[in-house]
Design a protein around this ligand. Structure first.
Ligand SMILES: Nc1ncnc2c1ncn2[C@@H]1O[C@H](COP(=O)(O)OP(=O)(O)OP(=O)(O)O)[C@@H](O)[C@H]1O
Length: 234
């Protein structure tokens, strides 16, 4: 079966500056990829490039046979990208429910299903974005990406700064979304163990290039290699 996402020889950055160099990898439907690397190695730039928010210098991105790299950022949701940026970017002056309905597209994921997945959000349905805790904002950011009904979820450091109980809740939800619902996901994390446990594949970046690509479980079982690839950040 062809891969859902195929990234080939991608180079991208900001203006003239090239941050990513010759990056290639692939993910199948329903698979999760852990995108790892030290600070400043280009993980966010890669996520942003898939979402169309950087300048692509060379290479291609194909999602379900669509040449994603040819589409402007605002058309990528329609092509199957659900993006949860590092800053979360929820609409703070809208309620939880308005945040979800503002971006919803037809498909199996509805606001009601998001509320089933995150009961805390159901309780906060009529609260404004400004009234949510960090964990609730992150759940809303994930919910907002889901109601777009994407093929591929992009999650940029979704666990950063959250309390352990919320981290556990989000990890469970992300695992359910991918393992039971057939959605593919790319998850960026600085602290890899929890993410590697729920991932199929792993890609490690260093200075904008892929320095390791393979099975997530094999990498998890090789702590020395992981240490070498990620250094003290682990
Ligand atoms: N808007 C920007 N304009 C110019 N350069 C940028 C911009 N954003 C990031 N960079 C540069 O791109 C490089 C990669 O940054 P990026 O944020 O992609 O790394 P990262 O691996 O996600 O890091 P972190 O783990 O710290 O979030 C860095 O050298 C950074 O300074």
């Amino acid at each position: 079966m062809p891969e859902l996402l195929q990234v080939e020889k991608l180079s991208a950055g900001y203006g003239e500056a090239v941050v990513l160099n010759d990056v290639s990898f692939a993910i199948g439907q329903g698979q999760t990829l852990a995108l790892l690397g030290r600070n400043g190695t280009g993980k966010t730039t890669l996520i942003n490039t898939l979402a169309g928010a950087t300048r692509r210098h060379a290479g291609s991105i194909s999602l379900g046979g669509i040449a994603l790299h040819k589409l402007p950022s605002h058309e990528r949701a329609g092509a199957g990208i659900g993006w949860v940026p590092q800053e979360r970017n929820i609409f703070k002056s809208l309620t939880v429910h308005e945040n979800l309905s503002a971006v919803a597209r037809p498909g199996p994921w509805t606001a009601e299903r998001v509320y089933q997945m995150f009961p805390r959000l159901a309780e906060r349905k009529n609260n404004l974005g400004t009234q949510l805790s960090g964990g609730e904002q992150q759940m809303l950011a994930v919910g907002r990406a889901l109601v777009v009904n994407p093929k591929l979820l992009l999650l940029d450091e979704p666990l950063e700064g959250l309390a352990p109980i919320i981290v556990a809740e989000l990890l469970k939800a992300i695992h359910r979304i991918t393992s039971e619902e057939g959605l593919a996901a790319i998850i960026v994390e600085q602290h890899p163990q929890a993410i590697l446990r729920i991932s199929h594949r792993a890609v490690v970046l260093d200075r904008g290039t892929v320095v390791h690509s393979g099975s997530a479980h094999e990498l998890l079982a090789a702590p020395e290699l992981l240490d070498r690839l990620l250094g003290v950040a682990r």
